[in-house]
Design a protein around this ligand. Structure first.
Ligand SMILES: Nc1ncnc2c1ncn2[C@@H]1O[C@H](COP(=O)(O)OP(=O)(O)OP(=O)(O)O)[C@@H](O)[C@H]1O
Length: 256
């Protein structure tokens, strides 16, 4: 995947990446900063066409946002509409999908209940804390019963305790929806905690460095899981791989 600027400069963001996400799988993607994680999600969400290669959803090439796609971004404050109440924000994709008013309201309220925000539907996003706003964004993703869930560093802007709560929320939602989920994060512990598999990317132009299967029991627990020897082993291996990538970059810069 190559970006071309108007001035003719090029940036090779993604190299040779080949992976698949199974029907009920939660795949986390980690890699050095700037390696092309967001670009990869843009391709999967149909927002951007790859300059080479193909992304497919349910066997079909992705040429635009696939039906049943839900996206959750880091910047919840920009993805929620401040002039709409919480319940209307959650119901928005259902309205776009032609669902009737009463049904929309019921589905949005059920989704708010699922993210522990029952009773907040008539508030406005700006009246809620950052963590609550991100819950609203997740409720919106859940409300339309997605067939594909893509999350790009969704918890990078919240405090540590809220982050842990939101991770557990994602695990609950994923178990309930049984939907293929791709979750991009900088945080290796978070990736191991959530994932069925962790895809580790190299530095830019990124290739698949390795895929680490995570066979930790579910449901996971913020304290017990993180002390499990398998958790520690997977985390250490991935940290070392990413450090090696960053080290090879530092050596490359020194040579230049
Ligand atoms: N629209 C664009 N035009 C030119 N270059 C771009 C564009 N978008 C991204 N890039 C470059 O492509 C590379 C990959 O960017 P991308 O945002 O996908 O990486 P990332 O792994 O998500 O980054 P981070 O770890 O900082 O979140 C970076 O070098 C970035 O500067």
């Amino acid at each position: 995947m190559t970006y071309r600027s108007r001035g003719g400069e090029t940036v090779d963001a993604i190299g040779d990446i080949d992976f698949r996400v199974d029907a009920r799988e939660l795949l986390c993607i980690v890699g050095p900063s700037g390696c092309g994680k967001t670009s990869l999600l843009k391709v999967l969400s149909g927002l951007m066409r790859p300059t080479e290669g193909t992304a497919r959803f349910a066997g079909e090439p992705i040429v635009g946002p696939p039906d049943g796609l839900a996206l959750v971004f880091q910047e919840y404050s920009r993805s929620l509409l401040p002039w709409m109440s919480v319940v209307r924000n959650v119901a928005l994709p259902l309205r776009a999908g032609g669902v009737g008013r009463n049904e929309r309201r019921a589905a949005a309220e059920a989704a708010l209940d699922a993210v522990d925000l029952a009773g907040f539907g008539d508030r406005y996003p700006w009246e809620l804390s950052g963590g609550m706003q991100q819950r609203v964004a997740i409720a919106r993703a859940v409300a339309c019963r997605p067939r594909l869930l893509l999350m790009d560093e969704p918890f990078a802007s919240v405090d540590a305790q809220t982050r842990a709560d939101l991770e557990d929320l994602v695990l609950r939602v994923h178990a309930e929806l049984e939907v293929p989920t791709v979750f991009v994060t900088h945080d290796i512990d978070e990736a191991v905690y959530l994932a069925d598999r962790v895809l580790v990317l190299s530095r830019r132009p990124s290739v698949t460095r390795t895929t680490v299967p995570i066979n930790l029991d579910r449901p996971r627990d913020q304290v017990e899981t993180r002390h499990d020897p398998e958790f520690v082993e997977a985390r250490t291996a991935i940290v070392q791989m990413i450090r090696a990538e960053q080290g090879s970059r530092a050596r490359g810069i020194a040579k230049d």
